[in-house]
Design a binder for this molecule. Structure first.
Ligand code: CU
Length: 143
């Protein structure tokens, strides 16, 4: 009988642990369709970001710039911005993996994007604030 009680307690503990581990995952925001480059993408109602490539996407390396602004128009450098790009039709053949944008002195987040093949590409952006993922957006573009 004692043994059964112990087993039940152990199962309960594992259950609680699993629930605790699963909880942060459930809080990750769903993927949203990004607005076009140059347009405002709001993160909640206090902050927005604008992404712009340094040139029209073409074969080779382009630099993707992301700027985050507070509602009052000041640059917000408190985020970690991550990007991932690849060709959805090619099952990760050119998948970049999750890359972290570099923050420069001007407060711009920059990431080189390598386009190695013409066709349809997808860009995914993740915004992290104080260790928490607060926004995830994606968009497709043709080269
Ligand atoms: Cu390809």
């Amino acid at each position: 009988m004692k043994r059964t009680a112990f087993l039940l307690a152990a199962i309960l503990c594992f259950g609680l642990l699993a629930a605790a581990l699963a909880a942060p995952e459930a809080q990750v925001p769903p993927w949203q369709d990004l607005k076009a480059s140059g347009k405002k993408n709001w993160i909640g109602d206090a902050v927005y970001f604008i992404y712009t490539p340094n040139e029209k996407p073409k074969m080779g390396t382009i630099i993707l710039k992301v700027r985050v602004f507070t509602k009052s128009g000041e640059k917000d450098k408190s985020f970690i911005v991550k990007g991932q790009f690849g060709m959805p039709s090619m099952a990760g053949a050119h998948d970049s993996g999750l890359q972290t944008f570099a923050l420069n002195k001007a407060g711009n987040y920059l990431l080189p994007v390598n386009i190695v093949m013409p066709g349809e590409w997808e860009l995914r952006l993740t915004f992290i604030k104080a260790g928490k993922t607060v926004f995830r957006g994606r968009t497709k573009f043709n080269v």
